[in-house]
Design a protein around this ligand. Sequence first.
Ligand SMILES: [Zn+2]
Length: 261
Amino acid sequence: MATNRGAGDPLEAFKRAGTVLAVCAHPDDESCGLGAVLALAVSLGKHVSLLTCTHGEAGITPTWRGSREELAATREGELGRAAEILGVHRRITLEYPDGLLSETDPEALDRECLHMHGWQPDVVLAYDPLGVTCHPDHVAVGESVMRVWGRTPNPPALLFWTIPDHVAAVMQDALAECYAGRPATELIPVDVGPFRERQRWAVAAHASQSCDLSPQFALRLELCGPFDYLTSPQLWGSSPHGDPSSSEARLNPSNSIKEAT
Ligand SMILES: [Zn+2]
């Protein structure tokens, strides 16, 4: 298997990676957000692992009639089915409290992320530390991944799933919810068109959340078409909030992932 570590071009590292570790805050993030990219990675023959930090017990919808504990168990089952649909090879769910990751001891969270580096991924993939939906759990996990990456000798390549800033602006206006995106100079477009259907199946597996019917998911896919977007600290310097002027190792955003090699 390829062992391209994180010092070079993260796009090349993704293409050549033998192993990918996805780190998510909640059950359904791996499908609603990363789903198409993970299905692409599996189709390219990569071994994909998934770390989910919570059981999603705070995701109580108006139609849920059980307890938080019952919802956690239900969502674990949904996560298992979604991961199977996406082709994820190995996964683990941690016991952190849903909705409170930003109040969790960051050192403890970092240790968990660092421990998973024992799986020796060539690439780590997570939500943009900006949070995408501005959920504080997404921000906490993204920042933890950043910290661990920054401290790890010879770290794996690090890629974050994100959305363009113009997509975030349209969604924010249309849905009156917070979205955080990045400018084109910080984006790596990925053609995931052939994997949208599989992503929809995985999203639909999260029946307790009805994400597949959500206006948020539909609008994002309408705005992004066949593309998902990744970003890398090498595109915006060391700050998770981005500083294009500090980026010395700027990648070529037009060099998108399209080929199956
Ligand atoms: Zn989430």
